[in-house]
Design a protein around this ligand. Structure first.
Ligand SMILES: Nc1ccn([C@@H]2O[C@H](COP(=O)(O)OP(=O)(O)OP(=O)(O)O)[C@@H](O)[C@H]2O)c(=O)n1
Ligand SMILES: C[C@](O)(CO)[C@H](O)COP(=O)(O)O
Length: 231
């Protein structure tokens, strides 16, 4: 049985949350680690559930934690929880398989982007609804970028004006995402990358600084500060 949030919504959000969090350092799976006293996944799901277009949320949890994740999320929102896979791509595919008939827009959103505002969910979904098959939120690259060789010697300075840093949620027409996953080869960590391989145009919308991916200890500390400041 798939849990429904807003029966009138047209968006399913898949939340891959089965990663270990190696770059964050030793500890529980990253999505279950605390941020201001609650798991990253709780923060992420609460914000997704606050987006009015969302019909269904499917979380791909670490295999050993499926039951505890169900119990943890029950008071937060009606959520379907499935076992994740060894790679992010397998976790997304498992969640996609659990989406019920109905939503024709599917967003894929990292649990690790725990502070992503509901407005970004709506903005990405809205761009798909307006006719784009694949939509990604992006930020401009603010640092100067150098290309280097294996010895860390600088080969040149990259023109960053055409570079973008990619975030989630990434939004897709459901049939487009399903076809990309069905055709997928070697695992990618980026769903838009799978869709690009199918020759589908991907368009960008403005991302959000709050959608930062909590990857390293510094990111977790930053997220704590942002929450304390009211994010
Ligand atoms: N087998 C996997 C690997 C990753 N993810 C999820 O994909 C999102 C983005 O991955 P990332 O932030 O890179 O997380 P980890 O893979 O856990 O990080 P690391 O590479 O440091 O272990 C996270 O919400 C993570 O839980 C997943 O569902 N299943
Ligand atoms: C989808 C993603 O957040 C950006 O496209 C991706 O999960 C990033 O994973 P990475 O392993 O940190 O590159």
């Amino acid at each position: 049985m798939t849990a429904q949030l807003n029966p009138r919504g047209d968006v399913a959000v898949l939340v891959p949350a089965a990663g270990a969090g190696v770059r964050l350092g030793p500890g529980a799976p990253k999505a279950l680690r605390p941020l201001a006293g609650e798991a990253l996944l709780v923060h992420a799901v609460r914000r997704i559930a606050a987006a009015p277009s969302v019909h269904t949320i499917v979380v791909a949890a670490p295999v050993a934690d499926v039951e505890s994740v169900r119990a943890m999320l029950a008071p937060v929102a009606p959520v379907t929880v499935v076992p994740g896979g060894a790679e992010r791509q397998a976790s997304v595919a498992a969640a996609l398989a659990a989406v019920p008939a109905g939503p024709e827009i599917v967003l894929v959103h990292d649990a690790a982007r725990a502070l992503t505002p509901p407005e970004l969910v709506e903005s990405v979904a809205g761009a798909v609804r307006s006719g784009h098959d694949a939509v990604i939120p992006v930020l401009p690259v603010v640092d100067t970028i150098k290309e280097v060789d294996a010895g860390e010697r600088v080969l040149g300075t990259v023109d960053r004006s055409a570079l973008r840093a990619v975030q989630t949620p990434q939004g897709f027409r459901r049939t487009v995402l399903a076809a990309a996953h069905a055709a997928a080869g070697d695992p990618l960590t980026d769903d838009a990358g799978l869709v690009e391989k199918q020759g589908v145009p991907v368009v960008c919308v403005a991302g959000s600084e709050l959608a930062l991916k909590i990857t390293r200890p510094f990111d977790l500390a930053l997220a704590e500060r942002l929450l304390a400041a009211g994010a």
